[in-house]
Ligand binder design. Sequence first.
Ligand code: 1GP
Length: 253
Amino acid sequence: MPRRSVYTCLLNAHQRGAKQLAVLIDPDQSRLSRLHRTVELAAEVGVHYLLVGGSLVVNDQLDAVLTDIRQRCAAPIVLFPGNSFQLSYRADALLFLSLISGRNADLLIGQHVIAAPFLRQSPLEIIPTGYLLVDGGVVSSVQYMSNTLPIPANKPDIAACTAMAGEMLGLKTIYLDAGSGAQRPVPEEMVAAVRAAVEVPLWVGGGIRTPEQASARWCAGADVVVVGTVVEQQPECLHELRAAAVEWGAAPE
Ligand code: 1GP
């Protein structure tokens, strides 16, 4: 049976109020043996999406890593690129991220222009996504690399208006990110404010380490919770995180 499009899966889950879990894999950070364990566990517990990308991705192993992941897990592979070099045909979809919380023209539209001809030829499903960087208590790689200011964590209205503008511009999903390894995840109040402001599916990630933190973001209106660092450090935590998603209405797989 052909795979349903990733966006259709996101939209269906959003409309049903079903909560989803995604694991972010940074091809640079992951040692191969650990990556295998993480991906096999993700398959075992039924993670909904595997996001692949990072702020740097300095090695040239992206294709090899994607092939490796594909052999071990049937979940859709979604590219989460930090720049226009992190592209590959070996994924299913691409979050076409526009950093709408920042005012760096290159990350709002410049990199997209460079990537567009490649993407037009590719079989990748392109998902236009408004990316909002939120202060997570430390200077994140995204903040440093993008040379943009994150939205202050105590300003949910700014996040809500930014997401609203992104939706009005036609972006199909919103990604609220405190940055990988954040000390503090995106506050629930901010997730709730963004949820109230837009209809599109909402990803929330950055600094989420426990099932309780994940549940609080689902409860506030996130559709997909994204976890990276904690899974890199303790892959086994996926069992509890996935169980928390089931409590929030995700179908057990
Ligand atoms: C970062 O949202 C992701 O873009 C995941 O963050 O590594 O802190 O889980 P963590």
